[in-house]
Design a protein around this ligand. Structure first.
Ligand code: FE2
Length: 274
């Protein structure tokens, strides 16, 4: 069975040993360098998946073209000061490292990736968004069950996520969970910009997404997991003493319509294929 057929059947693929540990280390080092450049940046934005209104500030909405940092919701004390170092407080970096930073671009546009998107018949797709997810030890928060097309909606739908384990991902440190074949369902909601500012979640189908039958996708450092835009997935908080860093890139078909009220906008740069 081809990778393309397997992806259509299951809604996800797990490719172990996709990248070398050295490539993963290089990306984590680069994230640390970028984080230290934020030390004097005062515009903090807390990334909370459970309270989307808290993410609707300008910092978030303008991050589609930038390298911005987002913090864990428990990172600040009652006086608004970070409880730990800035790096240890980060939830993620986003959302345009793959176009603005050479190290991220090389990781995203490797020969291996070019070969993979060809096999998946996505070689004309564009990389619209990148995220470096830290999931630090003990502070790394939950990501509630969701479908990626909710956040990157096109007509017809085309969003596909490429998720790279930069460190071993286990049940203890908050690996991804998904159900084989779970993508064969409707899109439940759409996250979009509201007229007059801010964002809103539009419910398309009220039927809840169950998390029964979901399996943990435990993978080794260097693995690549490909996720269909309809596939419900989530991850639990990291209660362990080890971080679970990952890098995620989302691709869309540039031939599909990209609505102007999608939260993510690329206003100052051109979208590129891999
Ligand atoms: Fe996701």
């Amino acid at each position: 069975m081809t990778l393309h057929n397997q992806f259509q059947r299951d809604g996800f693929l797990v490719l172990e040993d996709f990248y070398t540990p050295e490539m993963c280390d290089r990306l984590m080092e680069r994230a640390l360098q970028l984080a230290s450049s934020f030390e004097r940046d005062t515009s903090y934005s807390v990334f909370q998946t459970r309270n989307q209104s808290a993410t609707s500030d300008d910092y978030f909405l303008n991050s589609g073209d930038r390298v911005s940092c987002f913090f864990e919701k428990d990172a600040f004390d009652e006086h608004g000061e970070l409880k730990q170092s800035l790096f240890q407080s980060l939830n993620k970096l986003g959302h345009a490292m793959h176009d603005l930073d050479e190290v991220y671009s090389a990781f995203t546009r490797s020969d291996r990736m070019k070969e993979l998107v060809r096999e998946l018949r996505m070689d004309h797709y564009v990389a619209i968004q990148s995220m470096h997810i830290f999931k630090h030890a003990r502070i790394g928060g939950v990501v509630d069950v969701h479908q990626d097309s909710t956040f990157l909606y096109t007509e017809p739908e085309s969003c596909v996520g490429f998720w790279f384990a930069l460190e071993d991902a286990t049940i203890e440190n908050g690996c991804l969970w998904a159900k084989p074949g779970g993508h064969q369902t409707t899109l439940r909601s759409r996250f979009r910009r509201k007229d007059g500012g801010g964002t809103e979640m539009i419910v398309l189908n009220e039927e809840p997404i169950g998390i029964t039958d979901m399996v943990p996708l435990e993978v080794k450092k260097g693995a690549c997991i490909i996720l269909h835009g309809h596939l419900p997935h989530y991850s639990q908080p990291n209660t362990s003493g080890r971080s679970r860093q990952a890098y995620a890139v989302h691709l869309i078909d540039p031939l599909a319509h990209y609505p102007a009220d999608n939260w993510l906008r690329r206003e100052h740069s051109t979208l590129r294929i891999l």
